[in-house]
Design a protein around this ligand. Structure first.
Ligand code: AR6
Length: 198
């Protein structure tokens, strides 16, 4: 079924034209999309921030989300008292066009223990999806958690993201979500997701 996202002042993005998800059925393909651009422009139910343990803002996508949401976001984040790595917390979205922001804390990639980093990254995606379902949110857009200053290799991170989302969609809670969108900002991220979601 065609599905569109309203991108303010820009254009209507039709994500139904996206290609198949590797090892996935049409059940997955129809409900997973890619968007190349700024996550703060998406009027989905929830966007997922790549935050840090303190949840008090920062650079990268975290900085962009806080700038676009306005100072009330930081005020609410202060009441959350941080969040452990591999987990996520939810706030209102204030001046952003989406309804909620889910703040996920990705791992700082550990070259000496990549398995540990993977467990934490999977935790981010799973916790965010669980929060979305708990709050009755149907459309969720993920930033490429940990692939910036936290240095998680992009292709590995994209694989973890796709695999965890597919697993969730196959779970009992999976049908409660209408659409999951992976947002790529840099070319390297776009290339990795294009390979997985040709
Ligand atoms: N829209 C979508 N994606 C973006 C945007 C944007 N506006 N801006 C950057 N990205 P990073 P991390 C992509 O470094 O690695 C912060 O200071 C970017 O290209 O933002 O999880 C936090 O406070 C990259 O692919 O997050 C933490 O301290 C992805 O977002 C720390 O950085 C994630 O890059 C978290 O590091």
């Amino acid at each position: 079924m065609p599905y569109s996202i309203y991108v303010p002042n820009r254009y209507i993005l039709n994500v139904s034209t996206l290609g198949p998800f590797q090892n996935a059925t049409s059940l997955h393909n129809d409900r997973i999309g890619l968007f190349h651009g700024d996550i703060t422009t998406l009027s989905v139910d929830a966007i997922v921030n790549a935050a840090n343990l303190l949840l008090l803002g920062g650079g990268g996508v975290d900085g962009a989300i806080h700038r676009a949401a306005g100072p009330k976001l930081l005020r609410e984040c202060r009441t959350l008292h941080g969040c452990p790595t591999g987990s996520a917390k939810i706030t209102n979205a204030y001046d952003l066009p989406c309804k909620k922001v889910i703040h996920a804390v990705g791992p700082i990639y550990n070259v000496n223990d990549p398995a540990d980093s993977e467990i934490a990254l999977r935790g981010c995606y799973r916790s965010s999806l669980e929060l979305a379902v708990r709050h009755n949110l149907k459309t969720i857009a993920f930033s490429a958690i940990s692939t910036g200053v936290y240095r998680y290799p992009t292709a590995d991170a994209a694989h973890v993201a796709c695999d965890t989302v597919r697993e969730f969609m196959d779970s009992n809670d999976g049908p409660k979500l209408d659409k999951v969108i992976f947002v790529t900002f840099e070319e390297k991220d776009a290339r990795s997701y294009n390979l997985l979601l040709p």
